[in-house]
Design a protein around this ligand. Structure first.
Ligand SMILES: [Zn+2]
Length: 187
């Protein structure tokens, strides 16, 4: 949804696809669970705000079908094309979402979105190529793909029609585009 914003995250604490290294006490049954062949529950519930991680992983269990859909429909094809995908943020519980300054309409609250970069493509043009591939060539069914602060990609799906919204976010402002014969045009 427009108006939602992903908080800037200076670093990430995700694991490289399918190699969980942090286990939260009390939810060990979920700690190593795979959501798809290359993405684990831990990766999709990670946060750099470590004080929220146990709470987030405790609440994320209510959103597993949505997280699986993001992994299977979006992240796995991206990984197949570009290599290991580093998740900055997937599901965010309300307290975490508020702490990172995100909107209360964020799809992260529903487990329907992920922020990521690709291994070796952390920032700038190399990562922007991935963003461009997603809307230009991939034929992925996404709700939104956002080029955020030239630093990471936000991608989301919905349970309804995935209408392929293309956006970038810079200087606290969203710009929305449409794909016209493979070129970005103002929406
Ligand atoms: Zn996001």
């Amino acid at each position: 949804m427009i108006g939602k914003r992903c908080a800037r995250q200076k670093s990430f604490s995700g694991n490289v696809n399918g190699a969980p290294r942090l286990k939260s006490p009390g939810i060990t049954s979920m700690a190593s669970k795979q959501l798809s062949p290359h993405f684990s529950y831990d990766e999709l519930t990670t946060t750099e705000l470590r004080q929220f991680i146990e709470l987030n992983r405790g609440m994320g269990v209510n959103h597993i079908p949505q997280l699986k859909k993001v992994c299977v429909d979006l992240l796995e094809p991206i990984r197949a094309k570009w290599g290991p995908v580093i998740i900055h943020s997937g599901y965010r519980c309300p307290d975490l979402n508020k702490a990172v300054g995100s909107s209360n309409r964020s799809q992260h609250l529903l487990g329907q979105a992920a922020d990521f970069h690709v291994l070796g493509r952390r920032n700038g043009p190399p990562l922007r190529d991935v963003w461009a591939w997603i809307w230009q060539e991939s034929e992925l069914l996404f709700h939104q793909v956002i080029w955020e602060m030239s630093s990471w990609i936000h991608i989301s799906s919905t349970t309804g029609y995935n209408d392929g919204q293309i956006m970038d976010y810079n200087n606290f402002k969203y710009t929305k585009y449409k794909n016209v014969n493979g070129l970005l045009k103002p929406y």
